[in-house]
Design a protein around this ligand. Structure first.
Ligand SMILES: *Cc1c(COP(=O)(O)O)cnc(C)c1O
Length: 395
C-alpha cells in the first residue's frame, strides 16, 4: 500500500487542486475591456442587458443585479418585508449569509433541521416551527440540489409566508423540469468565483412579482425611487429616498463579465454533472463513505460534491481524513459548520443539539473539488487520493 503523503509518502499530485475555481477566457476579458472603454462604468446599459439575459436563463420575469450573493439575500429579506417582529425559518446546514440576511432586517432566525438524505430543509420540521410571528422561509438548495419546493410552496401558502430560495448553489438546477430562479417568491444567486458563473463579487435576485422587483431595485440604490416618469414630471434633478436602502449596485464591467459567462453556463453545468457522475461511480462500492443522493425530479447543478464518511468503518475521524487528503494536494473543504454553532449565534443563545441531522452530518462531511475547468487527470487524482486515504484508514 502506498504511503500517505501526510506520513511522508509521495502525494497523488504535485500541486494543490482547489475545491472550486473560476473559468475566465479571452471572450470574457474582451467583454470587460469593451465596457472599460465605454462611457459607463456603473449604472449603464450592461446592467439591464445582463439582468434580462439572466432572467430569461432561469425562466423568471425579473432579475435584479447586486454587489454580492449576501446583498441579494439582504435585498430579498427587505423585499419580503422582514422586520424586528418577524421570525424567519432557515436551515441550520448552510452558509451564514442565509441566516444573516434576517438579522440585517432585525428579524429572529428560527433554525430548523434538514432531511438526512439531501441535507435540504425538512418541510415537516419547518411546518412545526411556524408561529403567528413567522413571516418567511429561507430554503437553501444545498450543493445545488433543489429543495422540496412544491411542499414548501404549499406550506408557505397555508401560513401566508414568503418563500425565499437561497439558490447560491443552484444556478442551472431544475426541479420537476422547472429552473431554479422561477419557483420561489424570491431567489438569490451569488456570482462569487467558486459559484457557477462569476463577476468577481456579485449576485442577483429573481422574482416573478413586479412589486418585489421594484422594491429590490430601490433597495440596491439607497432606497431612492426609480420611477423615471415621476422624476420627469417634477424636474430632472428631483428624486426621493423613501426607504433605507444601500449602495448594492453591480458595475457595468462586472455585468459584462457576467453576461459573457452566462453563455457558458449550460456547458459548465453539464461538465459539473459529468464530474459528479464520475465520482459517484468510482465510490459506489466503498462502504467507508456515502455519495450524495439526488432525488427523482431534480437535476442538481453540483456547486459542491459532498461525501459523508461512515466513521464506524474508519480508524480515524473526519479531521484526519481531511488533513490526509490535503497532504495529497486535494483541496478538500467542509460545507458547513452548522450556522447556530458560530459564536455570533451562540451569543444569541441558540443551544447546540437542537439540529441532530445537521450537527451529525457536519462531523462526517467533506467537499471534493468540482469545477468545470477540471481536467480528466484532476478527476482521476481526486478518485485516487480518496481511495488511497480511505484504504489506509479503513478498519
Ligand atoms: C456563496 C453563498 C452565499 C453568499 O454569496 P456571496 O456572493 O459570497 O456573498 C450565500 N448563501 C450560500 C448558500 C452561498 O453558498
Amino acid at each position: 500500500m502506498p504511503d500517505l503523503a501526510i506520513h511522508g509518502g509521495v502525494p497523488v499530485r504535485d500541486r494543490m487542486l482547489p475545491y472550486g475555481r473560476q473559468w475566465v477566457d479571452e471572450d470574457d476579458i474582451r467583454a470587460v475591456v469593451e465596457v472599460l472603454r465605454s462611457d459607463w462604468l456603473t449604472t449603464g446599459p450592461a446592467v439591464a442587458t445582463f439582468e434580462e439575459a439572466f432572467a430569461a436563463q432561469v425562466g423568471a420575469k425579473y432579475a435584479v443585479a447586486v454587489s454580492s450573493g449576501t446583498a441579494a439575500l439582504h435585498a430579498a429579506a427587505f423585499a419580503a418585508g422582514i422586520g424586528p417582529d418577524d421570525e424567519v425559518i432557515v436551515p441550520a446546514m448552510t452558509f451564514a449569509a442565509s441566516a444573516n440576511c434576517v438579522r440585517y432586517q432585525g428579524g429572529t432566525v428560527v433554525f430548523v433541521d434538514v432531511r438526512p438524505d439531501t441535507l435540504n430543509l425538512d418541510v415537516a420540521h419547518a411546518e412545526s416551527a411556524v408561529t403567528p410571528r413567522t413571516r418567511a422561509i429561507v430554503t437553501v438548495d444545498y450543493t445545488g440540489q433543489p429543495s422540496d419546493l412544491d411542499e414548501l410552496r404549499a406550506l408557505a401558502d397555508r401560513h401566508h409566508l414568503i418563500l425565499i430560495e437561497d439558490g447560491c448553489h443552484a444556478l442551472g438546477a431544475t426541479y420537476r423540469g422547472r429552473p431554479v430562479g422561477s419557483l420561489a417568491d424570491l431567489t438569490a444567486f451569488s456570482l462569487h468565483p467558486v459559484k457557477h458563473i462569476t463577476t468577481g463579487e456579485g449576485g442577483l435576485i429573481t422574482t416573478n412579482d413586479r412589486g418585489m422587483a421594484t422594491r429590490l431595485r430601490q433597495f440596491r440604490n439607497h432606497g431612492i425611487t426609480t420611477a423615471p416618469a415621476q422624476r420627469e414630471a417634477a424636474g430632472s434633478w428631483f428624486y426621493e429616498m423613501t426607504e433605507l436602502g444601500y449602495n448594492y449596485r453591480l458595475t457595468d464591467f462586472q455585468c459584462a463579465l457576467g453576461h459573457a459567462q452566462l453563455q457558458k453556463l449550460p456547458a459548465w453545468v453539464a461538465r459539473r454533472r459529468e464530474i459528479a457522475a464520475r465520482y459517484s461511480a468510482a465510490f459506489a462500492g466503498m462502504r467507508e463513505l456515502e455519495t450524495p443522493p439526488v432525488l427523482p425530479g431534480r437535476e442538481s447543478s453540483w456547486h459542491l460534491y459532498v461525501i459523508r464518511l461512515n466513521l464506524e468503518c474508519l480508524r480515524v475521524g473526519r479531521t484526519e481524513v481531511f488533513r490526509a487528503l490535503r497532504a495529497e494536494n486535494i483541496g478538500v473543504n467542509v460545507h458547513y459548520i452548522p450556522v447556530p454553532w458560530h459564536p455570533y449565534y451562540q451569543r444569541l443563545t441558540y443551544k447546540r443539539g437542537q439540529w441532530p441531522v445537521s450537527e451529525g452530518a457536519y462531523e462526517r462531511l467533506i467537499s471534493l473539488p468540482v469545477f468545470p475547468a477540471m481536467g480528466e487527470q484532476d478527476i482521476d487524482d481526486v478518485i485516487s487520493a480518496c481511495t488511497k486515504v480511505i484504504r489506509a484508514y479503513r478498519k
